[in-house]
Ligand binder design. Structure first.
Ligand code: SAM
Length: 355
């Protein structure tokens, strides 16, 4: 893959063992969440990251700086539920000072957004993505085990009021759960000036109730949508973006993130840092690099960049493709990661490493 032009490079940009650049960083600011979605955090209680290990906002900004020195130019704040992290706007103000970052985005469930949207906008946050799987309050409650639908709707309404444009709504499409709401979600997106992105249900941890039968594939989604909208045209190349975008005849656009049936490992330029500073080079990786200990021990900037560069240059992960191959060969046994292992190491949970 050709290396993209680095964004104001201070150091030669890092490329992994397959030539994939280091561009996109997902920063999980907390492992805590105020929902208990069945597909992500189905249990009431978890082994939480020790509080003293959780990075301060300053530590997160400093760590991000080492990544941007090596090529990262897009940062997404996620979790857990990122708005549970006190003073998130201050982290954004710190990140905005880093001129190498061209895009700072937030993925949230929207519950607390109405209280914070204005401050986040003023702090310099560029974009907001809200997760929304259903437009039916009762379904929402069943899926999330919390009665917060109304607050999510308020959160969605607050985004444009605060001044943001380019809102995205992310929907995990699950067969037998919300496959009858795809059209309603697109229509809702039009009303609130948001682009809807349907995510194929992923097998992200032992504790979620994933099964191949529940995956609504990209093709199945397109079939459902074309019954209502007629011809659907793909829009350009996907590049390193996870979503494939499509346009309906009336001009409405939407995206599909076909992570399960059509993994994008070949162009994946993302990595993830957990709230306690563990760095994972793949959503499916079981081994990460502890950056917190070195950071807190006062490692020099050069040493930190050296660790990150070496970690990225050794990256050979193609987690989603490997999952798919196992599935196709009928070799996938049980959940992705067993529940006991998840209890031993909370980093392996999706909510710790950031979705
Ligand atoms: N709490 C925030 C939120 O709800 O957007 C951020 C964290 S959440 C883990 C990030 C995204 O991961 C959400 O859009 C969620 O729907 C998605 N996600 C979680 N588990 C998933 C799964 N099994 N398959 C596909 N997407 C999943």
């Amino acid at each position: 893959m050709p290396m993209p032009m680095p964004n104001n490079p201070r150091y030669p940009p890092a490329a992994d063992a397959f030539g994939r650049p280091l561009r996109s960083l997902r920063l999980s600011v907390t492992d805590r969440c105020n929902l208990r979605c069945k597909y992500c955090m189905p249990e009431e209680n978890y082994v939480w990251l020790p509080r003293e290990d959780v990075l301060t906002l300053e530590e997160m900004a400093t760590l991000t700086g080492y990544f941007t020195d090596l090529g990262v130019d897009r940062v997404r704040l996620t979790g857990g539920e990122p708005l549970l992290r006190r003073d998130l706007a201050r982290l954004i103000r710190l990140l905005v000072q880093n001129r190498q970052i061209t895009d700072i985005a937030l993925t949230t469930n929207g519950i607390l957004l109405a209280d914070h949207a204005e401050a986040l906008f003023e702090a310099g946050l560029h974009r907001v993505t809200i997760s929304l799987d259903t437009l039916r309050p009762e379904r929402f409650r069943q899926l999330t085990r919390r009665d917060e639908y109304a607050r999510v709707m308020e959160g969605i309404a607050s985004v444009a009021r605060a001044g943001f444009t380019g809102l995205k709504l992310d929907t995990v499409a699950i067969r037998g759960f919300n496959d009858d709401e795809l059209v309603a979600l697109i229509e809702f997106g039009k009303q609130v000036q948001a682009e809807v992105r349907f995510i194929e249900y992923m097998d992200v941890g032992g504790a979620n109730e994933w099964s191949q039968q529940k995956v609504l594939s990209r093709e199945a989604m397109l079939t459902i949508l074309s019954e209502r909208y007629g011809t659907i045209e793909p829009m350009g190349e996907r590049g390193a973006a996870p979503a494939q975008r499509f346009v309906l005849s009336g001009g409405t656009t939407f995206g599909i993130i076909p992570s399960t049936t059509t993994p994008f490992c070949a162009t994946c330029d993302r990595s993830r840092v957990t709230a306690d500073g563990m760095w994972y080079r793949c959503l499916y990786a079981t081994q990460g690099t502890n950056l917190r200990t070195a950071l807190r021990a006062g490692a020099s900037a050069d040493a930190m960049r050296g660790v990150i560069r070496a970690g990225w240059e050794g990256r050979r992960d193609r987690g989603a493709e490997e999952r798919k191959a196992l599935e196709q060969d009928g070799l996938r046994v049980g959940g992705l990661i067993g529940i006991e292992k998840l209890r031993e190491d909370p980093h392996l949970e999706m909510h710790a490493r950031g979705g």
